[in-house]
Design a protein around this ligand. Sequence first.
Ligand SMILES: [Zn+2]
Length: 300
Amino acid sequence: MYLIGIDIGGTNLKAGLISDKKLIDKIIVPTNYFDIIKQVISVIDELLGNNNLLRSDVQGISVGYPGMVINGKIASGSKFKLDEFDFQEYLQSEIGTPVVIKNDADLAVLAEKELGEINSKNIVMITLGTGVGGGIIINNQLYEGSGGAGELGHVMFEKNGKKCNCGRNGCVENYISLRALSNRAKEIMSTMPNNIKVNGNEVMASSILKAYESGDDCAKIILNEYVENLTEFVLDLCNIFRPDTILIGGGLSYAPKIIENVAFLCKKQQFGLKNSPEVDIKCAKLGNDAGILGACAIFK
Ligand SMILES: [Zn+2]
């Protein structure tokens, strides 16, 4: 049986062909903000074509969307201008295969629970990418509230702070997303000499970490500030949810030392200190593929 998992990111769209819970092929293309519907259909057909398969060979398709999705309908929170559009229904009739569309971080946390060998009943996951996503599992169930819960990137970090896409100012995603890290790194790098490699217009977390490990002072300032910010946010999540596990996914899955640092600092500062249950804070196991692999949790 074949499944397809699509993960629409703020920068790239990833599509994976899955067989027996294993990713057997993957396509990554820059996200097309002007016609995401056409792009999703074309990557599905490309994946199938590359593997000599037909649409009818696929048992289910999951699509992770970087915004609020309620019952397959796009509610809001994105630049795709698809508000109120029933993306799930449309794709299903277009492709002729069962389709489930959910928030991208919801799919990621479901995949981690299903495939990441996590025994926790209560898990909070944050995905750090262009933005910050959140997925919450309470008592083994995805928590969706009355629809669309878990927009963790849009909790306030600084009153009257940096402008957010959602219209509010100071949301945490403008401080801890990888885009925010890159932007802040560029600001700090412009003020002092450094050996941090810049990829095009982006400063990757891995480049900052590499420079940090070679003793670069600028990288030290950037990472210390970032780790402090991320720690404050993760501490809030510990104190609100007191889950068994907090998973940090997205691009930082490949920089586990940053997460280890955050976990270390959180251990010392959680409310309740020694008398409260310890929250296990760690990197998401499935890395950047968690969103794609959400298909395995949906179509079991
Ligand atoms: Zn916001």
